[in-house]
Design a protein around this ligand. Structure first.
Ligand SMILES: *Cc1c(COP(=O)(O)O)cnc(C)c1O
Length: 455
């Protein structure tokens, strides 16, 4: 093993945990484009947003000026149950790859829900409770968001109604049972419980569902009950705000040991974990203090950044939510039924979209079988069994480390390892049996979906 003073796992002290979320938008010279009302096409007002989301969350969504927003004590107390999360130096992987690169990963899978999503779920449940609501509705793709939210809701004694993308509902029965154990009700989407669900089933009988479609069902259900609100696990700027704890802790831990990263990598579904990881580092770049390379890794089957268009689009298939300017494949895009459910979203965070458009973030696509090969390699070498979503970042980090080997550069690579793969064993089974395939959409498929973008 390499000689080094840096421990294998860096844990921060409780007192080093962030007391404020960092709102990257405050430091962006060009702000993300405003959300638009889907009917009037005018920028949404706080009042309109409050009809869908909790008031405090709606305010955070529109807040582009406060760089630091205090994390309420109740949320910090909950964070203490599983944070700070470890920042791990992947010594064994470095050794195996024979690379001069230093590789670190921030592991967010150390809580029962198994991913970073709990960081925002607990904040959203807190604000719903504070507002006196009875419960919340939501969608879940792979199941991580629903699991995180059901945990958060049970902590604050809120009702939790989850619409789960049908292919995940069938592939991941154990996720469903975790949610039910925490008291949530779980419905496969599209369902016959909502108007939009019925409509989609009529147009696409036999569909395995999509995140956009499940969002529509959850929004419709919340809008029919005045003491319920809809909550969302990614894409929205307020979710990226909550996820900034990932980046803030990473930065504090690295600074403690005098380490400066060169490359920061994360997988991108709706973009919240990546936005949270990069936030404080990107802030330094935007303020002209430092320079880093940022890489967003997405599945070849759902390539929003690399093959999508930067345009206003609906964030849900049912076209009820505000329009967001983002890299999108079109709200009607039905991604292939791959095993990284958390990355099957047609759009992308408007914050990351603006930064990508300015050339501050690079995009990279990887295929499903490459991702699982990297996941397996990582599990065998580092011992940790990653979520398929997280393995997208692993694959990109390994690629960069191999490049360093070729050039002899001693770069420091940091990547976000967003979750554990324990609930994805069906996918691993497919890979181990050699029956996993790759799907790359044709230009025609993407263009056809993009042709339906709102004008
Ligand atoms: C949901 C999820 C993702 C992707 O979501 P983002 O909003 O892009 O962060 C990545 N990894 C895991 C484990 C997830 O559950």
């Amino acid at each position: 093993m390499k000689e080094n003073k840096i421990p294998y796992k860096i844990y921060l002290e409780e007192g080093e945990m962030p007391k404020y979320w960092y709102n990257l938008r405050a430091d962006m010279p060009i702000k993300p484009a405003p959300l638009l009302n889907p009917i009037t096409k005018e920028p949404v007002t706080l009042k309109e947003l409050e009809q869908i989301f909790c008031s405090e969350l709606a305010a955070q969504e529109l807040n582009e000026t406060d760089a630091y927003i205090e994390i309420p004590q109740e949320i910090r107390d909950f964070y203490k149950m599983y944070r700070p999360s470890p920042l791990v130096r992947a010594y064994c992987l470095e050794e195996k790859l024979q690379t001069p690169a230093k590789i670190y990963y921030k592991f967010e899978g150390n809580n029962t829900s198994g991913s970073h999503k709990l960081n925002s779920a607990i904040a959203q449940a807190y604000y719903a409770k504070k507002q006196g609501l009875k419960g919340v509705t939501t969608e879940t793709g792979a199941g991580q968001w629903g699991t995180a939210l059901s945990m958060a809701c049970s902590y604050f004694d809120l009702d939790c109604k989850v619409f789960m993308v049908k292919c995940s509902y069938e592939q991941k029965p154990f996720r469903r049972e975790v949610m039910r154990t925490y008291g949530a009700s779980v419905t496969p989407s599209p369902s016959m419980e909502t108007e939009v669900g019925k409509q989609i089933l009529k147009e696409h009988p036999g569909t395995t569902g999509s995140l956009g479609c499940a969002i529509s069902e959850a929004v419709e259900t919340a809008s029919k009950n005045s003491d319920y609100r809809y909550v969302l696990g990614s894409v929205m700027s307020m979710v990226s705000l909550h996820q900034s704890v990932i980046g803030l802790e990473t930065k504090t831990a690295l600074e403690k040991y005098g380490v400066t990263p060169d490359i920061i990598i994360g997988c991108a579904g709706g973009g919240s974990n990546l936005a949270g990881l990069v936030a404080p580092f990107m802030g330094e770049v935007l303020r002209g203090e430092k320079n880093y390379r940022f890489i967003a890794v997405e599945p070849a089957s759902c390539p929003s950044f690399t093959r999508g268009k930067y345009a206003y689009d609906y964030s849900d298939t049912g076209r009820i939510c505000p329009l967001s300017k983002m890299y999108t494949l079109g709200s009607g895009y039905m991604p292939a039924s791959t095993h990284a459910g958390g990355l099957r979203y047609h759009g992308m965070s408007s914050i990351l979209s603006e930064l990508y458009n300015e050339g501050l973030i690079e995009g990279k696509t990887v295929t499903q079988t490459e991702v699982f090969a990297a996941a397996q390699q990582f599990a065998r070498i580092e011992g940790l069994l990653p979520a398929p979503e997280s393995a997208h970042a692993i694959k990109a980090a390994i690629d960069e480390a191999i490049k360093c080997k070729e050039t002899g550069e001693e770069k420091t690579i940091v990547f976000g390892l967003t979750g554990t793969g324990y609930f994805d064993m069906y996918a691993y089974q497919k890979f181990n049996d050699g029956v996993m395939s790759d799907y790359i959409p044709t230009d025609e498929e993407i263009n056809q979906s993009l042709s339906k973008l709102p004008q």
